[in-house]
Ligand binder design. Structure first.
Ligand SMILES: NC(=O)c1ccc[n+]([C@@H]2O[C@H](COP(=O)([O-])OP(=O)(O)OC[C@H]3O[C@@H](n4cnc5c(N)ncnc54)[C@H](OP(=O)(O)O)[C@@H]3O)[C@@H](O)[C@H]2O)c1
Length: 283
């Protein structure tokens, strides 16, 4: 399968979590390749704003609002896009995030919503697009994962489980369907600056971006690279990302030590305390 079948004129990409943060940049980078991009997220107003900005820069975009934690939302979203556009050639499962509160202070339903958004929704959307992709003999699914589990980033128990799950899901999906023309890639993100949740946390805590943070624009460019070069996994962090990931796996105690040394544990504790105080939660 050639990547030129997936991007460009006459092709449609569906990007989740495109109403703000990294997803808006991913949508813009894909649009530069010339095809149509469907943006999705919960907030129609934010999708409209991102879409107008991209259209002003010459992009061919539309949006469909959807809450991916609702039962049946993934299937309805894909049906709508297939009806409007005739099919999905590229699916980018980018929507995700973490309330970043202590595991035991959240209800089990709150924890399961994190799993639903970060793992169940990408699985459901992939399942929903796959039939059409196989019929047309072309397609690519890019899933956005995170280093959270590898580095034991504080207060991300369920998020880390979901993001590691996405890596396993992508590997098997790629292996099973690539021979039939549908490929899959996973991007494993370290901390990201300039846009998205990481930048918001910096803004909230008044901290400056560290040298360990990669710019959000590099994630957007990596999505296009993953499709064009049909890459299985890309690690997005400054320096030798894949090596860092392997080292973290080999020495699981290293992540917590690095978090303590880099001040992430203390900073996160402060952020959690502020958030819990605002939400009226007691530990
Ligand atoms: N930023 C980082 O440092 C970092 C690091 C590692 C991995 N990542 C991953 O990168 C991806 C993008 O993160 P980000 O930092 O750009 O996040 P963000 O700024 O918080 O944006 C999250 C996006 O997901 C959408 N979303 C949230 N809940 C949703 C729901 N229930 N249904 C549908 N859409 C929903 C949001 O739109 P609405 O609010 O309009 O629904 C928004 O467009 C995520 O998968 C995240 O886990 C980020």
């Amino acid at each position: 399968m050639s990547s030129s079948c997936i991007l460009g004129q006459g092709r449609t990409a569906l990007v989740t979590g495109a109403s703000r943060g990294i997803g808006a940049l991913i949508a813009g980078e894909i649009a530069k390749e010339g095809g149509h991009v469907v943006l999705t997220g919960r907030s129609a107003a934010d999708l409209q704003a991102v879409g107008s900005g991209l259209a002003a820069a010459g992009a061919d975009v539309s949006f469909v609002a959807a809450d991916l934690t609702r039962p049946g939302a993934a299937e309805r979203l894909v049906e709508t896009v297939e009806r409007q556009r005739g099919g999905v050639d590229l699916l980018v499962n980018n929507a995700g995030g973490d309330p970043l509160r202590e595991f035991h202070t959240m209800t089990i339903d709150e924890n399961l919503r994190t799993l639903q958004l970060n793992l169940v929704a990408p699985v459901a959307l992939s399942h929903a697009v796959l039939g059409g992709m196989l019929r047309r003999g072309r397609g690519h699914i890019v899933n956005i994962s995170a280093m959270a589990g590898r580095v034991s980033f504080p207060y991300t128990e369920v998020y880390a489980a979901a993001k590691d799950g996405v890596i396993g899901f992508t590997r098997v999906l790629r292996s099973d369907y690539r021979p039939r023309g549908v490929s899959a890639s996973v991007l494993i993100l370290g901390a990201i600056r300039d846009a998205g949740q990481g930048q918001r946390m910096l803004d909230e805590s008044g901290m400056k971006a560290s040298a360990f943070m990669a710019p959000a624009g590099s994630v957007a460019r990596a999505v296009v690279k993953a499709v064009k070069k049909d890459r299985a996994e890309l690690v997005i962090m400054p320096g030798p990302g894949r090596l860092m990931r392997a080292v973290m796996d080999y020495f699981p105690g290293l992540g917590p030590a690095v978090n303590r040394a880099a001040g992430a544990s203390t900073t996160m504790q402060k952020i959690i305390e502020q958030r819990d105080a605002r939400a009226g939660v007691s530990g």
